[in-house]
Write a protein that binds this ligand. Structure first.
Ligand code: HEM
Length: 159
């Protein structure tokens, strides 16, 4: 029989070690993310979100999901969220409260197709506005994982 007394602490030590590495990694990622606002400023986020929303109305999947009468409002909400999220003033929180992005997307059918269109429009916007490469890469990677996290049609996750 295995000696559980030595086995358990060893496994625990390995786990804690990996967990500590992960925390460190997340911490360094966070620092880098919080520097994005200093690197691109309000102006960078304003150009990015304008280039994204410029593509939304003509997209046959995304267009019908967004409020045609309040695209300017939607643009402002995404811009303020990104500015807050990447180290700028917390206007989004002051006006909208905690982001709760999954909850706020619950009224919309975010399947794999919508997710891919959203990412395609955002990547095209990033191609267009030409940010410093580090900031651009960090934003692409954030959008990619957040958009997947927002899929709320579970069947689509299996495809
Ligand atoms: C996965 C594909 C996505 C779809 C189809 C989608 C769709 C939508 C729609 C239809 C709205 C409502 C527009 C409004 O009136 O504000 C919205 C709001 C919003 N979305 Fe998304 N979205 C997606 C991904 C994302 C991602 C990746 C982010 C984060 C970077 C994001 C952040 C937001 C924010 C901050 C709002 C405003 C929430 C509020 O304060 O009400 N969305 N989204």
């Amino acid at each position: 029989m295995k000696d559980r007394r030595s086995f358990v602490p060893l496994r625990c030590a390995g786990f804690c070690w990996r967990a500590r590495d992960l925390v460190e990694e997340l911490r360094s990622l966070r620092v880098e993310e919080s520097e994005i606002y200093s690197a691109i400023g309000e102006e960078g986020f304003t150009r990015l979100v304008a280039a994204f929303y410029g593509r939304v109305p003509q997209d046959d999947v995304l267009g019908p999901m967004y409020p045609a009468h309040d695209l300017a409002g939607a643009e402002q909400r995404l811009r303020d969220f990104l500015i807050y999220r990447f180290g700028g003033p917390p206007r989004y929180i002051e006006e909208r409260g905690h982001p709760r992005l999954r909850m706020r997307h619950a009224p919309f059918a975010v399947g794999r197709a919508a997710r891919n269109r959203w990412i395609a429009a955002m990547n095209a916007a990033l191609d267009e506005i030409k940010l410093p490469p580090d900031a651009e890469q960090a934003l692409r990677s954030f959008f990619d994982s957040t958009a997947t996290f927002l899929i709320n049609r579970p069947d689509d996750l299996l495809k």
